[in-house]
Design a protein around this ligand. Sequence first.
Ligand code: IPE
Ligand code: IPE
Ligand code: MG
Length: 248
Amino acid sequence: MDKRAWHPAENPTACHVAIIMDGNGRWAAERGLPRTEGHRQGVEAVRRTVEAARELGITHLTLFSFSSENWSRPRQEINDLFGLLRRFIRRDLADLHNNNIRIRVIGTRAGIERDLLRLIDDAVELTKNNTGLNLTIAFNYGARDEIARAARKLAEDVQSGAVAATDVTPEGFAAYLDTADLPDPDLLIRTSGEQRLSNFLLWQLAYSEFVFVDVYWPDFSREVFEAAIAEYQRRSRRFGGTSVRSTA
Ligand code: IPE
Ligand code: IPE
Ligand code: MG
């Protein structure tokens, strides 16, 4: 795909793609394999997608890897998922860093083992000055929890007098979210055919375009990615106004 096509003149900031990576378990079940195998193949899809995002000139890629609701899964599956994240960081961090990728993690640290937190912190620290693709992993993330945590911090600042209640604005509130230094997603992709947000980026997706694709995450390919982007490019983003073309 032509890189320039991703930056149409009327929409120069079309650069942040967020993905709900769904369907690992069903991918495995269809093949008579354990769910873990689906998650393992899902990591391969993550590698392909990061690579494709870089090549397509996307500036921000945000991936939903573990939700605050995923704690309701069997302990063994949770351990497998955490193990895969550990291995991904250990194996891929040097490569990501060499490719100038900046890693961020959003979500809460509550309930996560200390060694995994340390791996995450090291990855964020190592890559913090990188200027290429901004890769954000939503890990142990739930949007309602994020918004409640932001509200709590803001309330503390109002209580201490640092912020006046009358000064609370949408922009000011967004600065308390985990995504404070990130632009809102332009495009949300969810794989597996499900059409719901599952508590992902509720605030930030207010004006994003949604594309639901019918493949399970382990089958997510560059072709499917490009087709989703092409679908995005056919949309007319109006942000409550009239279409850019009709006003020209
Ligand atoms: C996505 O695949 C991975 C995570 C949510 C961690 P699922 O594990 O949700 O797979 P399905 O939806 O059960 O097929
Ligand atoms: C959303 O997928 C969470 C992640 C992709 C990490 P789920 O599979 O957990 O969502 P539901 O339960 O189908 O809504
Ligand atoms: Mg699922």
